[in-house]
Design a protein around this ligand. Structure first.
Ligand code: PMP
Length: 305
């Protein structure tokens, strides 16, 4: 099925959305992107965009950082995304990739004095880490400090760090990497936040551990507290704590909740999907498909009935 893009302020077939070789962002990573899930509900024949506004609020924060001024508000960006996804008519899980970037076709490292543009496109996309449970390796690549490149928004240039760590992990036989902060504490995966279960409580790195403050992370924190009555602690985590955790899982828009079976060849728990992880996966999968009455506000239906 053909897909569409929002490009140069109009809807065009995806194959016609092309940028020039001198585009400034292509050379210097001066863009900010988002990843938004549309989750297919086959009974209702409906696609639910998950926490759409929060994704665009985060994108606009990234625009402030990169001095990108867009002519759109969060609510306009949400509206055009709904229209874009509806045009594509996919009947499966999809992924929306919005990107705001320095679009001037001229060279020179800077943020100022350049034109900005916004585009978005849609692709069908199933599970990101295509395994029931992941084998993970601690990366030799550290997550940059906030004063190197701020990690709390999705800056395109920053993802060179993630790509180095991901490929190192795959070449070493793992499914994913976990990166440490410059001072050696647990930070995050290359496209996911990380949670541990220790002493029956959920523990996850805090905002000061150079992480992206994930929207799935926030979702899981709320579901654990409200639906399972589990305490969640955001704090600095030592590397050694990874190996002794009772359970471990990743969270991310693309990866959903992915259980971690082993880290650096050490089994987590018994190496199977943990009880708390499994319960969270079950609740989360209903929430994102508009099947949980308490959390319908988080889903934006695409198709008008
Ligand atoms: N950390 C990084 C580095 C990511 O790229 C992502 C994916 N956006 C996440 C965490 C998870 O964030 P979210 O749940 O908002 O997708």
């Amino acid at each position: 099925m053909p897909s569409y893009a929002f490009f140069h302020n109009q809807f065009v077939p995806l194959s016609e959305a092309r940028i020039g070789v001198m585009t400034q962002a292509f050379h210097y990573g001066t863009g900010v992107f988002e990843g938004i899930r549309g989750n297919w509900n086959s009974e209702q024949k409906q696609t639910y965009l998950f926490r759409l506004e929060e994704h665009y609020d985060r994108l606009l924060n990234g625009c402030r950082l990169l001095k990108i001024s867009l002519p759109h508000t969060t609510s306009e960006l949400c509206q055009l995304t709904i229209e874009l996804v509806a045009r594509c008519k996919f009947q499966e899980d999809i992924y929306v990739r919005p990107l705001a970037y320095k679009s001037t076709e001229s060279l020179g490292v800077r943020l100022h004095g350049l034109d900005d543009d916004f585009l978005a496109f849609v692709i069908p996309w199933g599970p990101y880490l295509d395994v029931d449970k992941a084998k993970v390796g601690v990366s030799s690549w550290r997550r940059p400090d906030d004063n190197v490149i701020p990690p709390q928004v999705k800056l395109t240039g920053l993802y060179v760090n993630n790509a180095l760590a991901k490929t190192e992990a795959i070449e070493n036989g793992y499914d994913e990497a976990v990166m440490l902060t410059p001072d050696g504490h647990v930070s995050e995966g290359t496209g996911e936040n990380i949670f541990l279960v220790t002493g029956g409580r959920l523990v996850t790195p805090a905002s000061y551990n150079n992480i992206l403050m994930g929207i799935t992370r926030d979702t899981v924190i709320k579901l654990a507290q409200n639906e399972l009555g589990i305490e969640v602690i955001e704090r600095q985590i030592d590397r050694g704590e990874l190996y002794t955790a009772e359970e471990c899982f990743f969270t991310g828009t693309a990866a959903h909740i992915t259980p971690v079976a082993e880290i650096d060849h050490r089994k987590i728990g018994d190496g199977e999907i943990g009880k708390i992880t499994g319960s969270l996966q079950e609740i989360y999968s209903r929430v994102i498909r508009g099947k949980h009455p308490k959390y319908l506000d988080w889903g934006t239906p695409v198709y008008k009935k």
